[in-house]
Structures are given as structure tokens and as C-alpha cells.
Design a protein around this ligand. Structure first.
Ligand SMILES: [Zn+2]
Length: 103
């Protein structure tokens, strides 16, 4: 687990990837498509219903859904991404991003 002090020092969209540089000197490339599909917000992630079953409301994703319009740092622990289809409720913690793979 990376130390909590590892912070993103640079962030840029390059083609269909997000390039992230971290304060420990590592670089990371994340496909925007994979990033959006892994949106951690309650709508995308699904919430347990009263029976404890996970309900996932799969929204129709379009090409717009994978366009990264802008981003904002949130509370020193994560990044909020604003997507082309207007979706922006997912906050990706630094730790989540660090452990992200494009699978
Ligand atoms: Zn979401």
C-alpha cells in the first residue's frame, strides 16, 4: 500500500489516456475508458438493495462518456472527473488511482 503522502504532481490527458505523475517519481497511464467504467460513485458502482443484493444500474455509455472534460482535486485525497456526458459524481481517491490497472 503506497504511503498516504504519495500525491499526484502532474496530470494530463494524452489521447485516450490519463497520464499521472506521482510524488515518488512514478508515472502511470490509465485508459479513459477503463477509468470511466471503474467510476466509484454509487450510481455506477451500484448499491445494495433491501435484500443485500447489489443493484447495478448500467447506464448507457456513449463515446461522450469517455471524454474527460475537466477534473478537480478534492479535499487533498482524491480527484473528481467531469465526463462529456455530464457525469461527475465519482471521486477517485489517490489510493484507488495508484492501484488502478487497465484490465
Ligand atoms: Zn459514476
Amino acid at each position: 500500500m503506497p504511503p498516504a503522502s504519495t500525491l499526484p504532481t502532474a496530470l494530463a490527458v494524452m489521447g485516450n489516456e490519463l497520464a499521472l505523475a506521482w510524488s515518488d517519481g512514478t508515472e502511470q497511464f490509465i485508459s479513459l475508458r477503463a477509468l470511466r467504467e471503474a467510476c466509484p460513485c454509487a450510481v455506477c458502482e451500484g448499491e445494495p438493495d433491501v435484500m443485500g443484493n447489489k443493484v447495478i444500474l448500467k447506464k448507457q455509455l456513449t463515446d461522450e462518456s469517455f471524454l474527460l472534460k475537466k477534473y478537480e482535486f478534492v479535499g487533498g485525497y482524491g480527484i473528481q472527473f467531469f465526463w462529456g456526458d455530464g457525469h461527475s459524481s465519482g471521486i477517485y481517491s489517490y489510493r484507488y488511482l495508484r492501484g488502478f490497472s487497465n484490465e
